[in-house]
Design a protein around this ligand. Structure first.
Ligand code: ZN
Ligand code: ZN
Ligand code: FE
Length: 751
C-alpha cells in the first residue's frame, strides 16, 4: 500500500486572475491527484492528496510551469494526514474567512526588477532600492496598517513625477507599490567610516565596497532587515580576522553566492533544494558540500570541519549589484556581537560594530523591525525551517481552532513570541537568546510592535514553567491571567499544531534543557496525552552535570558526570579515554569531588547532553565554542558510514543507557572507527524511540525538540517508526528547536 499524504499549500502573490486555478487543476489531474483549490482574500489555498513523491513533483511543477504572469511571493506547504478526497475540483471563492489582516513578509527581488537594474538603458539601472508591487521590503518597513506608504519607513521620501505616474497607473507593475522609488527620489547608499564620516555615495560607494572586500576588508552592510558583516568568502585571512573580532571561533558562517549554478559547483543541489534557494522567501539553505570541490572558492575556515554549508542567494537589488561588482561569494553573517540581536540603526551599528567592521555600507531608508535571515533545509524529503525570520514572519500558522486572544512569550533560547488571533497564530521573527539587554528589549519591542501592528491586545498570556526565564518574568508583569506550560509539553504541542493534530499522541521531546515538573532539568522525554494534557510516560535515565552551566560548555564534564553515574567514583579503568585525557589530574579530581559531594551537579535527563557526552567520549569535542557543537560533530562523523548496528539499552520508565555506554567504551578501547561508533549511537537513540512507541502502543508519534535538527537521527527515527506501522509527525514550517515553543504554548494553553 502506498503511503498517501495530504499536501496543504497556501500561495500568496500575483496568483489571482492570471489563470492560476485552471493551471493547478490541469497539473493535479495530470498527476492523478485528488483535492481542491480555492481563492480567498488571504491568497490561494489548495489541498491535494497522493503519494509523497508525486506531491513533491507537484510542488516543483508549480514553480517551473506556472502561468507566465503568475508570481509567487510566498508559498507555504504542510504535509498532513489524508482527508479522503475523490477527484479534483475548483471550489467557489469564499469570503467567510477570518479577517486577520495580512502583513506580508519581505520578498526577494523579482525577475523583472532584476532585469531592470542590469539594463543600462533603464532609469533604475544599478539602483539598489528597485522594487515593485510583487517584490521588495514589507514587514521590515511597516510601522502601522493599513499598508500605505505613509505607514512605512518610505514616508520620508516623496515620489518624483515618474514614480508617481507608475504608482497611480493600474496597468503599471508598480501600481500601489508602497516602497516605489528611483535614483532621483528614493533612498541612497553611502560608505562611512566608523566615525560616521561619509566617504562615497551611490554606485561609487558600492564599487568602493566591492574593492575593499577584494582587498580583504571587513564591511558592515545595511541590508533589508539589519546589518550583515561581510568578507570575501575565499579570503582565509579575512575570514580569520572576522572570527577573531566577532569572537566567534568555529561556528559556521553563511555565504551568499551569485547564482544557483555557482552554488552547484560547491554543493550538492537537488530540485527541492534549488526551489527553496530560489524562492521568494530566499532563506539560507543548509546544503551538503561536494567532497570533490577541490577548487572551492570558499575558504576552509568559513565552516570548519563541516560537511554542510549554509548558502543563500542575493535577495535585494543592493546584494545583486554588490555581488556582481565583487565577482565572487561573500560571507554574510548577522551584524552583531555573539548572541545579540542584529543591528538595524546606523548609529547603533557604528557603536556596536566599529570594533569589527573596517567600513560601513549604509543607506537612509530606516529599518523598522529587525529581521534576520531565515534558515531551512530539506529533511526526510521535505522542507524544514530551522530559523523562521525574513521571508516567513509574520505569516500566520492556522491551527484550525479558535480561542481567546492570547500572547505566548516563548522560552529563553532562540526566542519567538506568538499571538493567537482567531484561529491564526502570528509568530514573530526569530528574536535570539534572551541573555543580553539588547535581546530583552528586542523581545519587548516585538510584543508591543505586533500588538500595535495588528491592533490586538491579549486577554491571556502563556509562558514556560521555568520561573527564571526572562520571558516568564516579563509575562508576570503584564497583569493578565497567566497560563504556564511545561517546556516539553509545549514542544510536542507545537509540532501537533502545525500538523493539525488533536487528541492522543505519544510525544518525543528531546532537547538540551527544559524545566521539568519535578524540579529536574528534563530533555529526554516521552509524553503521552493530548495537546492540553500530557503525562510523562518515560525518560532517559538522569545523570549529573558537574558545574551545571559550565558542563554545557564542556562536554568532557558532562561525559565525566555520565561515567560517574554509571560506574561510581573509581574511574581508573577509563584513564585512556579521550574524556579523561582532556583534563589535568587536578581538574579531574576536583570534578570527581564535586560529583561525590553532589555539589553544583544538577541531574538531567537531557538527550542533548547525552549526545554531548558521547562526542567527548569518542574524542570529538571536549569544549564547545557554540551551542550544539558536540552533537553536530557527532552527526558529521557518521557521514559516509553505512552501519546498521546498534548498542543495547534497558527499557522502563527510566530508560537506562548503561548497556550502551559499556559497549561504546569497549568499541573505543578496541579502536573502532569514530564514524561507526557514532552511527551505532545514533541508531540506538532511534531504536529507543521505536521501542517506547511499541510499549505505549500509540499510533501517532510526534517528534520535537532541538535534537530533531539532527538529520540522521530524525530520518532514521521516521523510517524506524514507519516500518513498525506507526505514524511519525515532525516539524515543517516552525522550528523543532525552542523557536517553536511559542506556537506550542498557544496550542496547549488556549482557552
Ligand atoms: Zn519586482
Ligand atoms: Zn522616482
Ligand atoms: Fe527546548
Amino acid at each position: 500500500m502506498i503511503d498517501k499524504k495530504r499536501l496543504r499549500v497556501v500561495i500568496r502573490g500575483a496568483v489571482q486572475g492570471v489563470g492560476f486555478r485552471p493551471f493547478i487543476y490541469k497539473l493535479a489531474t495530470s498527476l492523478q491527484l485528488d483535492g481542491w483549490i480555492i481563492n480567498s482574500s488571504q491568497g490561494v489555498f489548495l489541498e491535494i492528496e497522493g503519494a509523497q513523491d508525486t506531491l513533491q513533483t507537484f510542488l516543483l511543477k508549480i514553480d517551473t510551469e506556472k502561468p507566465p504572469h503568475a508570481f509567487i511571493q510566498s508559498l507555504e506547504s504542510s504535509f498532513l494526514d489524508v482527508a479522503g478526497y475523490q477527484g479534483f475540483e475548483i471550489r467557489k471563492s469564499e469570503n467567510t474567512g477570518e479577517k486577520t489582516v495580512l502583513v506580508l513578509p519581505d520578498i526577494a527581488t523579482c525577475p523583472e526588477c532584476l532585469s531592470e537594474i542590469f539594463d543600462s538603458t533603464n532609469r533604475r539601472y544599478l539602483y539598489p532600492f528597485t522594487n515593485c508591487t510583487l517584490c521588495g521590503p514589507r514587514y521590515s518597513i511597516i510601522d502601522s496598517l493599513p499598508y500605505d506608504r505613509s505607514g512605512t519607513s518610505m514616508s520620508a521620501f516623496t515620489m518624483c513625477d515618474a514614480c508617481r505616474t507608475e504608482y497611480n497607473d493600474p496597468n503599471d507593475r508598480r501600481f500601489h507599490a508602497q516602497p516605489n522609488a528611483c535614483p532621483s527620489c528614493g533612498p541612497q547608499v553611502y560608505i562611512s567610516d566608523s566615525k560616521g564620516n561619509i566617504l562615497a555615495r551611490n554606485q561609487e560607494a558600492i564599487d568602493g565596497i566591492a574593492n575593499e572586500l577584494k582587498a580583504g576588508k571587513i564591511v558592515a552592510v545595511k541590508g533589508l532587515g539589519g546589518f550583515h558583516l561581510m568578507v570575501a568568502a575565499g579570503n582565509r585571512d579575512a575570514v580569520a580576522t572576522l572570527r577573531q573580532r566577532k569572537r566567534r571561533n568555529e561556528k559556521p558562517f553563511a555565504v551568499m553566492l551569485t547564482s544557483p549554478d555557482e552554488v552547484e559547483i560547491e554543493c550538492e543541489l537537488d530540485q527541492s533544494e534549488r526551489r527553496l534557494l530560489q524562492s521568494s522567501e530566499s532563506p539560507i539553505v543548509l546544503l551538503n558540500r561536494r567532497s570533490s570541490a577541490l577548487q572551492s572558492s570558499i575558504a576552509d575556515n568559513v565552516a570548519p570541519n563541516n560537511p554542510t554549508l549554509g548558502v543563500m542567494l542575493p535577495y535585494t537589488p543592493l546584494h545583486h549589484i554588490l555581488l556582481r561588482a565583487l565577482g565572487g561569494p561573500v560571507v554574510a553573517t548577522s551584524g552583531n556581537l555573539s548572541d545579540e540581536p542584529i543591528c538595524i540603526e546606523e548609529s547603533e551599528a557604528l557603536e556596536r560594530l566599529s570594533g569589527i567592521a573596517d567600513l560601513f555600507l549604509s543607506h537612509n531608508r530606516p529599518i523598522l523591525r529587525h529581521v534576520d535571515d531565515s534558515v531551512a533545509r530539506i529533511m526526510a524529503g521535505r522542507e524544514l525551517v530551522l530559523r523562521r525570520a525574513r521571508g516567513y514572519a509574520p505569516l500566520p500558522v492556522n491551527i484550525g481552532k479558535t480561542g481567546n486572544l492570547a500572547l505566548a512569550v516563548g522560552a529563553h533560547q532562540k526566542n519567538t513570541v506568538a499571538f493567537l488571533i482567531g484561529s491564526n497564530v502570528v509568530i514573530s521573527q526569530h528574536l535570539g537568546d534572551l541573555e543580553t539587554e539588547q535581546s530583552l528589549s528586542a523581545f519587548q519591542q516585538s510584543i508591543t510592535g505586533i500588538q500595535s501592528l495588528f491592533e490586538v491586545s491579549p486577554k491571556t498570556v502563556v509562558s514556560d514553567l521555568h520561573a527564571d526565564y526572562l520571558s516568564t518574568k516579563h509575562a508576570k508583569t503584564l497583569g493578565l491571567p497567566l497560563v504556564t506550560i511545561q517546556h516539553h509539553h509545549a514542544h510536542i504541542a507545537s509540532c501537533m499544531a502545525e500538523n493539525q493534530l488533536s487528541g492522543d499522541v505519544l510525544g518525543v521531546a528531546w532537547d538540551g534543557t527544559g524545566a521539568g515538573t519535578d524540579g529536574i532539568t528534563w530533555g529526554g522525554e516521552f509524553l503521552k496525552g493530548n495537546e492540553k494534557n500530557m503525562e510523562r510516560v518515560a525518560h532517559l535515565k538522569t545523570f549529573p552535570l558537574p558545574g551545571s552551566g559550565q558542563a554545557v560548555k564542556e562536554p568532557r564534564r558532562t561525559a565525566l558526570g555520565l561515567l560517574h553515574e554509571a560506574f561510581g567514583e573509581d574511574l581508573a579503568q577509563f584513564n585512556r579515554l579521550p574524556t579523561i585525557q582532556a583534563f589535568s589530574n587536578q581538574e579531574k579530581s576536583l570534578i570527581i569531588q564535586m560529583l561525590n559531594s553532589k555539589f553544583n551537579s544538577p541531574l538531567t535527563s537531557s538527550a542533548g547532553r547525552l549526545f554531548d557526552a558521547v562526542s567527548s567520549l569518542v574524542g570529538l569535542c571536549q569544549v564547545v565554542s557554540f551551542e550544539g557543537q558536540g552533537a553536530m560533530e557527532l552527526e558529521f562523523a557518521l557521514a559516509g558510514t553505512d552501519c546498521q548496528e546498534s548498542y543495547g539499552f534497558d527499557l522502563g520508565f527510566e530508560i537506562d543507557w548503561l548497556p550502551m555506554i559499556k559497549q561504546l567504551k569497549d568499541d573505543i578501547s578496541r579502536g573502532v572507527d569514530v564514524g561507526i561508533i557514532s552511527a551505532k549511537f545514533h541508531n540506538t537513540m532511534a531504536d529507543v524511540i521505536v521501542a517506547v512507541a511499541e510499549k505505549e502502543k500509540m499510533e501517532r508519534v510526534v517528534l520535537s525538540g532541538g535534537c530533531f535538527q539532527n538529520k540522521y537521527l530524525t530520518e532514521r527515527t521516521i523510517s524506524g517508526l514507519k516500518t513498525k506501522g506507526f505514524k511519525p509527525y515532525w516539524h515543517q514550517r516552525v522550528p523543532p528547536n525552542d523557536g517553536g515553543i511559542a506556537l506550542g504554548q498557544i496550542y496547549a494553553g488556549i482557552r
